[in-house]
Design a protein around this ligand. Structure first.
Ligand SMILES: C[S@@+](CC[C@H](N)C(=O)[O-])C[C@H]1O[C@@H](n2cnc3c(N)ncnc32)[C@H](O)[C@@H]1O
Length: 300
């Protein structure tokens, strides 16, 4: 079944998706604590064959992101990866900047990021080789203190300014966060990004931008009737916020050209983990943008 065919399935088949959706929603409703922490606490395996839906560990996607960041961002500044999750992209980007900080609202996500980073550094030490994926040699293996992680809600008012006071002007990378936030949170996160980039940094966003309905999105990810792929069911049972589009329209709203220079923007693809054993990753329609703040203007 191609991605295109899945968006054309009969409406009555789509209705069969709903009971599992409701059951998972009820489970999440009864659970305690923050949804993101609940989600990350249950994760044992990340990467292509792992449990984290958006963590496809695709060399192709990573190479594209690292190449774009290197081309667009000032390498003399640190990089902040906002909503870093298990830190896969913080680690991939860190060697190309003066320092990298992965920030996540979930302490459980940060624990994953720190664990995986220690394992990577250990593996690098063993092989004593650190080849760059995007061409020229990076500065070297990313070991603390140049690469660090911290727990922070970046959609909280003033979060970006507080972090900026510590790290100075920075480049900012965001993959897969804006599309999970409500309108007020998106506004505050845009403000945080503005405070972090200051007059010198560059912001790179890569966000899910699926054009169809919520049920069509479940089908794209492999749900059929009551049969949901495990990485998808995990998100629903943890009560993660349902994804919404973040594309050109949302960009214009949150990062208007009067306040932000739109250096480049366009369609992209996020690579998921394998949704079922033996499958390859799903290509999730996405949107990317490279932005710089105009002097003296604030986001709306
Ligand atoms: C879909 S995941 C993407 C993770 C990572 N950027 C990646 O692409 O692999 C979204 C991440 O954002 C984090 N997050 C959600 N709300 C946040 C907030 N207000 N501030 C910081 N991180 C947040 C979640 O805990 C989760 O790890």
């Amino acid at each position: 079944m191609t991605d295109r065919a899945s968006t054309q399935r009969a409406p009555w088949r789509r209705a069969l998706l709903v009971p599992t959706l409701v059951r998972a929603g009820l489970r999440a409703f009864r659970a305690r604590g923050g949804a993101w922490d609940r989600y990350w606490r249950g994760i044992r395996q990340t990467g292509a064959g792992g449990e984290v839906l958006w963590d496809g560990d695709s060399a192709e996607e990573r190479g594209w992101i690292v190449g774009l960041a290197r081309r667009a961002m000032d390498a003399g500044l640190p990089l902040v990866d906002v909503g870093c999750g298990n830190g896969r992209y913080t680690r991939a980007l860190a060697p190309w900047f003066t320092a990298a900080v992965g920030v996540d609202v979930s302490a459980e996500a940060v624990a994953h990021a720190e664990r995986e980073t220690r394992a990577d550094v250990e593996a690098l030490r063993r092989t004593s080789a650190a080849p760059g994926e995007a061409g020229a040699a990076p500065r070297g293996p990313s070991a603390p203190p140049r690469l660090s992680f911290r727990v922070l809600d970046m959609a909280e008012a003033g979060a970006g300014a507080r972090l900026g006071a510590e790290v100075g002007a920075a480049n900012v990378f965001v993959r897969g966060l804006f599309h999970t936030l409500d309108a007020a949170q998106r506004g505050r996160l845009a403000e945080s990004c503005r405070a972090l980039v200051g007059g010198r940094g560059t912001l790179l966003l890569v966000e899910t931008d699926f054009p169809g309905s919520a049920l069509a999105y479940l089908e794209l990810l492999g749900a059929r009737g009551g049969d949901y792929p495990a990485p998808l069911l995990r998100c629903l049972e943890a009560g993660l916020p349902p994804p919404a589009r973040f594309g050109a329209r949302e960009l214009a709203l949150r990062f208007p050209e009067a306040s932000w220079e739109h250096v480049e923007a366009g369609s992209a693809e996020l690579r998921s983990a394998a949704m079922r054993p033996g499958q390859t990753s799903t290509r999730i329609p996405a949107f990317y943008a490279v932005l710089r703040a105009r002097p003296g203007r604030r986001s709306p």
